[in-house]
Design a protein around this ligand. Structure first.
Ligand code: TYD
Ligand code: MG
Length: 454
C-alpha cells in the first residue's frame, strides 16, 4: 500500500500543493502554506450507498416559529447580531489584539446575564482574577456572569455540557488546545479543530457560543478563513488605535443582514454605545475648509454621514505619495485616473492624502463623488458648500451613476442640519422635503458646477 503523505494547504485560498512553498501558486499569497496530516483511509476508497443511514427529508414550508432571539439591551450589539442572539448559534468576533474584544464581550455577557440569560465567560488569556478586576472597573460585578479560566477544549466542553448555559464566550480561539490534535495552540490545525468542536457543540446543545479570534498581521484570523465559514455569524471589531471610536461590523450573518455596524466609544469605564454615529463622525468639523466633503452613506440598514478629508500638496518624490486611510485605495486611484483622463485635471507631481474622519471605514462605491469632491476641493484650495452632502458612483467614463437608498441618505443629512445635496442626475428621489438638490451628469459637470470651471 502506498504510504500516505501529508498535503500542504494554502490557508488563504484553500489550494493544495504537493510540497511546501513560500508562495502559493494559486493565489499568490506569501507564507500561507501549511502542512496537514494525511487523512486515514480504509481499504475502500469510495463510500458505498448501503452503509449509511437515510436522513429524513422535509419540505420548505415550516410550522416552526422563527428562532426566539434574546436581547442584551445593548442596542448596538443586538442590531449587529441581526436583532438579537439566536440560541445555538456560533458567532466569531475578530479584531486586532488590544482593540477591545474582551471588553466588548465581557460587557455583552454581563448585559445578556442581566437580561435573564445564563452566561459563561471562559478566558484562555487571563486568569479569572484579572477578568474580575476588569469587571470591577467596568461596573459589572452585580451581573450574574460566571467566569472560568481554561485552555483545554475537552475541559471547556465538559463544563459547558454540565452547565448548559444560554451563552458561552470563549476568549480566544488561538489559546485553545484540543488534545486530540497534535499541533501547537494557535496553529491552523488547532484553531480549525477547536472551532469545529465548539460549533458542533453549539448546534447540538442549543448553547449560543461566541468565539473570539485575534486577527494576524495580514488581516486574517489565525487559522485564517477556516473559522469564518464554520460559524453562523462573523463580526469584526475595528477602529484606529489612538482613536476612541470602535466599530463592530457584521461581515456574514445567517440570521440577519450583513454589513450592519454598531458604533462604540472606548472610555475609561469601558465601551459606551454611540446611538447617533453621524453626529459623532462630524463632530470635529469646524469652519469650512478645502479638502473636506460630507458623504451621506449607508451602513447595513442605517444611514451614516462621514467626512472625507483630502490633502493635496506638491511632491518631492519621483512617484508621489497616495496615502489612503479608511477608503479603498484602488477606488481612490481609479477616481484620480478618471479626473485626469476625463476632466484634464492632473495629479502628477502631487502627494495625495485621503482619510475618513473618526477612524471610520467606508467601502461603498456611493462614496466616489465625495472622494472626488474632497480631492478637487483640496487641489483647487476651495471649500465645498458646507451645508451640502454628496453621494454617487463614478464610472470610468466619468459619468455619475445613481445609488441605492437615496431617501434614507437625505433624511439623515437633513436631520443633521444639511440643506443641500449633490447627487447623480439619474437619481430618483421621492419626497425631498425642503432639501436643495444639485444634479450632476458627470465629473466635468461637477467641476463646472461646484468649482466654477471645467
Ligand atoms: P481588550 O478588551 O483587552 O482588547 P482585546 O481583547 O481585543 O485584545 O482591550 C484592551 C484595551 O482597551 C486596552 O488597551 C485598554 C483599553 N480599555 C479602556 O480604554 N477602557 C476600559 O475600560 C478597558 C477595560 C480597556
Ligand atoms: Mg482580549
Amino acid at each position: 500500500m502506498a504510504k500516505s503523505v501529508s498535503t500542504f494547504t494554502c490557508t488563504a485560498c484553500g489550494a493544495t500543493h504537493k510540497k511546501w512553498a513560500g508562495r502559493c501558486d494559486a493565489c499568490g499569497a506569501w507564507n500561507t502554506i501549511t502542512e496537514e496530516a494525511p487523512l486515514s483511509q480504509g481499504p475502500g476508497r469510495s463510500l458505498g450507498a448501503a452503509k449509511g443511514r437515510a436522513v429524513p427529508l422535509s419540505g420548505l414550508a415550516t410550522e416552526e416559529p422563527p428562532p426566539p432571539r434574546s436581547h442584551s439591551g445593548l442596542a448596538e450589539l443586538d442590531r449587529v447580531l441581526g436583532g438579537g442572539l439566536v440560541p445555538g448559534s456560533a458567532v466569531l468576533v475578530g479584531g486586532d489584539p488590544g482593540i477591545g474584544k474582551s471588553t466588548l464581550l465581557l460587557q455583552g455577557a454581563a448585559a445578556f446575564a442581566r437580561a435573564g440569560l445564563s452566561a459563561v465567560y471562559i478566558s484562555g488569556e487571563e486568569a479569572s482574577a484579572q477578568v474580575r478586576m476588569r469587571a470591577g472597573r467596568l461596573g459589572l460585578t452585580d451581573s450574574p456572569v460566571r467566569l472560568g479560566a481554561e485552555t483545554n477544549l475537552r475541559n471547556i466542553l465538559t463544563t459547558l455540557d454540565r452547565e448548559k448555559p444560554d451563552l458561552a464566550i470563549i476568549d480566544s480561539v488561538q489559546t485553545l488546545w484540543a488534545d486530540h490534535v497534535e499541533a501547537a495552540p494557535g496553529s491552523v490545525a488547532q484553531v480549525r479543530a477547536a472551532a469545529h468542536e465548539l460549533v458542533t457543540f453549539a448546534k447540538r446543545s442549543g448553547v449560543a457560543i461566541v468565539i473570539v479570534g485575534h486577527v494576524t498581521k495580514d488581516g486574517q484570523i489565525a487559522g485564517p478563513r477556516v473559522v469564518e465559514h464554520m460559524v453562523d455569524t462573523v463580526l469584526y471589531f475595528e477602529g484606529e488605535r489612538g482613536h476612541q471610536f470602535r466599530i463592530l461590523r457584521s461581515v456574514k450573518n445567517r440570521f440577519g443582514p450583513a454589513d450592519e455596524i454598531g458604533v462604540f466609544e472606548m472610555t475609561g469605564a469601558g465601551l459606551a454605545e454611540v446611538a447617533n454615529p453621524s453626529a459623532l463622525f462630524l463632530s470635529e468639523r469646524g469652519q469650512p475648509v478645502p479638502g473636506s466633503a460630507v458623504f451621506a452613506g449607508i451602513e447595513g440598514t442605517r444611514p451614516v454621514l462621514t467626512e472625507v478629508q483630502a490633502l493635496v500638496a506638491p511632491s518631492t518624490l519621483a512617484s508621489p505619495r497616495r496615502t489612503v486611510v479608511g477608503l479603498d485605495s484602488g477606488r481612490v486611484s481609479t477616481i484620480i485616473a478618471v479626473l485626469e483622463a476625463r476632466c484634464g485635471i492632473p495629479f502628477a507631481g502631487l502627494d495625495v492624502f485621503l482619510n475618513v474622519a473618526g477612524g471610520m471605514r467606508v467601502n461603498e462605491p456611493a462614496a466616489d463623488l465625495a472622494i472626488a469632491g474632497a480631492l478637487l476641493s483640496a487641489r483647487e484650495d476651495s471649500a465645498l458648500p458646507p451645508e451640502a452632502v454628496l453621494f454617487g458612483e463614478i464610472s470610468l467614463s466619468g459619468a455619475l451613476r445613481p445609488v441605492a437608498q437615496a431617501e434614507n441618505r437625505l433624511k439623515e443629512a437633513q436631520k443633521l442640519g444639511f440643506s443641500q445635496a449633490i447627487l447623480p442626475e439619474g437619481q430618483k428621489v421621492e419626497g425631498l422635503g425642503g432639501m436643495g438638490v444639485t444634479r450632476i451628469a458627470d465629473l466635468t459637470g461637477f467641476v463646472g458646477e461646484v468649482f466654477g470651471a471645467g
